[in-house]
Each structure stands twice: as structure tokens, then as C-alpha cells.
Design a binder for this molecule. Structure first.
Ligand SMILES: NC(=O)c1ccc[n+]([C@@H]2O[C@H](COP(=O)([O-])OP(=O)(O)OC[C@H]3O[C@@H](n4cnc5c(N)ncnc54)[C@H](OP(=O)(O)O)[C@@H]3O)[C@@H](O)[C@H]2O)c1
Length: 244
């Protein structure tokens, strides 16, 4: 019997990258998956099709995490299709880089809308409706532990998410729901800046950047029954990066 048989997982940003790899991993573990996405309809449908080809069940739900009503619709669609959910992976994110001196208000607001406020709204839904014994994973970034120049807004947006993680772990413990954060290091997705792969690989003692599946496997562990004693933690899923 697969470890997530009978469970329902909502994964935001599952049309590409780490979210897609996580959707495929949790479906292979036995979960039915809600494939959240912002604009890549074809990508979300491809994730759903791959899961179906392997005998799993998934539905795509378009929900811009920067739009409060869209986040509401993501949870409404989940409840309508599956009647409840056991796992939330707050993975969708957006990156803006540049010197603080040149950062526009629009970028500041957009990054916090998508990386912080949208995930908070999702956490609020989960706090109200996730099934007892559920699992929540927030996808942060290794940059929160390794300050770098020219990435202030993104780093701060993820720092807030890590603090939500710690607080909600305490609030939901009575219902045996665990809440943890995962920090990928440089990972081979569309988000990785061109020309950055070699630098990123040099930060890991494994001398390579991560693949989305490397992070998905850590998330798979965190949402499993084996991780019942892990909560409120921020876990580096980064190949041991030390940035310099
Ligand atoms: N790649 C890295 O090196 C790295 C390192 C540390 C942390 N992370 C974090 O890992 C997570 C996944 O990133 P990734 O590397 O897999 O990036 P990616 O390949 O660019 O994928 C980003 C995903 O987020 C979704 N998304 C973006 N904006 C959205 C919005 N407004 N509403 C809903 N969905 C939205 C995208 O969906 P659509 O295309 O459909 O909009 C896509 O599915 C992010 O939170 C990122 O910050 C990545």
C-alpha cells in the first residue's frame, strides 16, 4: 500500500518546476492532487496528464496566488471535487532581483502578494479546513539563511513565510497537523537565472545544482506519516549549499 493512499494534496505552482515534480511524486505516493497554477494552463494540464498516465488522479485549478478571490476558489474547487484535503504545499513563488536602491513599488508589492500574502491566505484556509493529521509544507529558499546582495524583497517575502510556519505549527498541533518549511538551494527550473548554474553548483559540496525531484523527495518525506514528529522546522533541501 502506498503511503499517501486516500489523501488529497493541494500543490500551488504545480505547472512547472519544483511544484510539478512534487505533484508527480505525491501522486506516485498515492495522493490525489490539486494542481494549482497561475497562468501556464498547458503546463498544468501536462502535469495532470502525466499523473493520469501513471494511474493517478489530479485536477488543474487556475489560481493566481496574488489574487485573494482566486485563492478562495482554489480551496472551494478542492472541497467540491474531493470533499476535503490532507496536504497543502505552498510552492508557487516569483522572483525579482536587483539592488534595493532600484526596486520599484510594483515589484515590492507583487513579490509579497505572490510569495507571502497569497500563501498566508492559503494557510488560513488550511488552518480552518485541513483534515486532522494533515501536513503543510511552505517552500521558502536557502537565501533566507545566506544573505546575498540584490535579492532583498524576495528574501524578506520568504522570511515571513518561515515565520508563518513556526507559528502555525503551534496553532495546529492540537489537531496533529504538522507545518514545516523547505528551503531549496539553486535548483534547475525556469526560475534559475541563465548563467547562474555554475555559480550555484559551486555552492554545494555535491558540486551540482538541485533537480526539482531532489526537493520533491524531501517534501514527500515531510508529508508522510514518518515525519509526524517534525513540525515548525525550516529544512534546507539544498544539497548543503554554503553561499559565498
Ligand atoms: N529554482 C530555484 O533555484 C529555487 C530556489 C529556492 C526556492 N525556490 C522556490 O521554489 C518554488 C518553486 O519555484 P520553481 O523553481 O519551481 O520555479 P518555476 O519553475 O518558475 O515555477 C514557478 C511556479 O509557480 C507558479 N506561479 C508563479 N507565480 C504565480 C502566481 N502569481 N500564482 C500562482 N502560481 C504562480 C508558476 O505557475 P504559472 O507558470 O502557471 O504561473 C509555476 O508553476 C518557489 O516558491 C521558489 O521561490 C526556487
Amino acid at each position: 500500500m502506498e503511503s499517501l493512499d486516500g489523501k488529497v494534496a493541494i500543490i500551488t505552482g504545480a505547472s512547472r518546476g519544483i511544484g510539478r515534480a512534487t505533484a508527480k511524486r505525491l501522486a506516485a505516493d498515492g495522493a490525489a492532487v490539486v494542481v494549482g497554477y497561475g497562468s501556464s494552463t498547458a503546463g498544468a494540464e501536462a502535469t495532470v496528464a502525466t499523473i493520469a498516465e501513471h494511474g493517478g488522479r489530479a485536477i488543474p485549478v487556475r489560481a493566481d496566488m496574488g489574487d485573494a478571490e482566486a485563492v478562495d476558489r482554489l480551496f472551494a474547487a478542492t472541497l467540491e471535487e474531493f470533499g476535503g484535503f490532507d496536504i497543502l504545499v505552498n510552492n508557487a513563488g516569483t522572483l525579482v532581483m536587483g539592488p534595493t536602491a532600484d526596486t520599484a513599488d510594483d515589484d515590492l508589492l507583487r513579490v509579497f502578494d505572490v510569495n507571502t500574502f497569497g500563501p498566508f491566505r492559503a494557510l488560513r484556509h488550511a488552518a480552518r479546513t485541513i483534515n486532522d493529521g494533515g501536513r503543510i509544507v511552505n517552500v521558502s529558499s536557502s537565501v533566507t539563511g545566506h544573505p546575498l546582495a540584490n535579492i532583498s524583497v524576495y528574501t524578506a517575502s520568504k522570511g515571513a513565510l518561515e515565520h508563518f510556519t513556526k507559528i502555525l505549527a503551534h496553532e495546529l498541533a492540537p489537531r496533529l497537523v504538522t507545518v514545516n518549511a523547505v528551503c531549496p538551494g539553486p535548483t534547475d527550473t525556469d526560475m534559475m537565472a541563465d548563467g547562474f548554474r555554475e555559480t550555484g553548483a559551486g555552492w554545494s559540496p555535491f558540486s551540482r545544482i538541485g533537480q526539482p525531484e531532489d526537493v520533491a523527495d524531501v517534501i514527500s518525506l515531510l508529508v508522510s506519516e514518518r515525519a509526524r514528529w517534525l513540525t515548525g522546522q525550516t529544512i534546507q533541501a539544498s544539497g548543503g549549499v554554503v553561499m559565498s
